[in-house]
Design a protein around this ligand. Structure first.
Ligand code: UGA
Length: 430
């Protein structure tokens, strides 16, 4: 099948390469000519495990990239995988996806036959039908639902495991209103549906848009709930990880996303929770649970700093910040919990030395004034305290290195380090 994808960001590039791998002829359209030539020469424009191999295999062959929209006319279906950045008030800015939809509509004016336009980007319910569909209609001169069809297919890939998430999905959601759209989506995903036991959810377009927000809001709230419970555990000297393991055995609760600690960051949970809260308020609904999930999340870094200050006055003392990315396996520092931790230490005039295996350059752009160590051992040497922010293996393996600290105070925000004699150890929720 011939498939086009507009946008070569994290989602667009990953799904383009994965669709090529399952046998489709894929064209990826992006305004950035450097990304386009990278893909055509078989090089991955982003770092994601397994992606380089796929682009090396298919780039310039079954997977091509271009800056020209004309290529979409030779395809049956187009996925819109464009950013929907957050505005100051938390709502999403759809101007990029709207602009691309207009160009797509103009291009489709000259196409004969059916074409399905599928929203892949995370958008508030009604965006596809009430914002994008009218743009397509007026730009193409064709009514939506006849030759041009719209659909919504939300994405559940995680950074760091996106390729394997694509290949082994828990579910695939098709939001459609016409048979043509439903059949086109089923055909694109047929190789995956045939080879895996993934659930296929056929639903409406607005439901599909909401499923994406509900998925992320639920997971973020689950982490905040276990953090709330974990904070209570800490007050009573109870181990929140033992509690989580036991409650996770109840299949109504489930064992995953019960790791309490510093909370959630990244480009998705914070942005999506803020966007759906803002959308709720547009309709005069107060999203109390989601407000609480955000409040708990904002408080966790402050609690970590509170534990530190119980043990030591950090003014003019060397403090190691271990881990800067929002989770292990990525160099992404967007909304990383390391940011409020560093800010809190700066307010108390600590002499900060940070370590991360891959995210140092990104954090240096944010905080050029702090020091960066080349190894976790170098970060903790002579430090008066160490704060574990991201559970990278290189950080979790630290042990005798703590003996080189000026005072061995270790505050662990991720349950990465083993409590042992010789260090003053505080877990955030245990
Ligand atoms: C998340 C979702 O998991 C994906 O399904 C979704 O497609 C993606 O957002 C998106 O909307 O694009 P991602 O942001 O890559 O994926 O990261 P996660 O692995 O979900 O972790 C999010 C945050 O929660 C991290 O900061 C992590 O440290 C934290 N977390 C996760 C916990 O604090 N405890 C847990 O038990 C699990």
């Amino acid at each position: 099948m011939r498939v086009s994808i507009i946008g070569s960001g994290y989602v667009g590039t990953t799904i383009a390469a994965c669709f090529a791998e399952v046998g489709h002829e894929v064209v990826n359209i992006d305004v950035d000519s450097e990304i386009v030539s990278a893909i055509n020469s078989g090089e991955a424009p982003i770092h994601e495990p397994g992606l380089a191999e796929l682009i090396d295999r298919h780039g310039g062959d079954r997977l091509t990239a271009t800056t020209e929209y004309d290529a979409v006319r030779d395809t049956a279906i187009t996925f819109l995988a464009l950013p929907t950045p957050a505005r100051e008030d938390g709502s999403i800015d759809t101007s990029i996806i709207e602009g691309a939809t207009e160009t797509l509509g103009e291009t489709l004016a000259a196409k004969d036959g059916d074409h399905v336009v599928t929203t892949k980007s995370t958008v508030i319910p009604t965006t596809t039908s009430e914002t994008l569909a009218p743009i397509l209609e007026s730009a193409s001169g064709k009514p939506v639902g006849e030759e041009i069809h719209v659909a919504m297919n939300p994405e559940f890939l995680r950074e760091g495991t996106a390729v394997s998430d694509f290949q082994n999905p828990d579910k695939i959601v098709f939001g459609t209103e016409t048979d043509a759209a439903k059949h086109a989506l089923a055909a694109v995903f047929e190789p995956l549906i045939e080879t895996t036991d993934t659930a296929v959810v056929n639903t409406g377009i607005e439901e599909a848009e909401m499923i994406k927000y509900a998925n992320n809001a639920f997971l973020a709230s689950k982490v905040s709930l276990i953090n709330d419970i974990g904070n209570i555990c800490k007050e009573y000297g109870v181990d929140a990880y033992e509690v989580a393991e036991a409650i996770g055995l109840d299949d109504r609760i489930g064992a995953r996303f019960l790791r309490s600690g510093l909370g959630w960051g990244g480009s998705c949970f914070p942005k999506d929770v803020a966007a759906i809260k803002s959308a709720a308020r547009e309709k005069s609904y107060e999203p109390l649970m989601l407000d609480a999930a955000t409040a708990v999340n904002d408080r966790q870094p402050q609690r970590l700093l509170g534990l530190l200050h119980k043990h030591i006055d950090v003014a003019n003392k060397r403090v190691a910040v271990l881990g800067l990315s929002f989770k292990p396996g990525t160099d992404d520092i967007r909304n990383s919990r390391a940011i409020p931790v560093i800010e809190g230490l700066q307010q108390r005039d600590a002499d900060i030395v940070a370590f991360d295996p891959v995210a140092t350059d990104n954090m240096r752009d944010e905080f050029p004034e702090i020091s960066y160590a080349d190894s976790p051992a170098a970060a903790v040497a002579d430090a008066s305290a160490a704060l574990v922010v991201t559970e990278w293996p290189a950080i979790a393996e630290l042990d005798s290195e703590f003996d080189t600290m000026a005072t061995p105070v270790v505050i662990d925000g991720r349950r990465a380090i083993d409590r042992r004699d010789g260090i003053v150890y505080e877990g955030l929720t245990w």
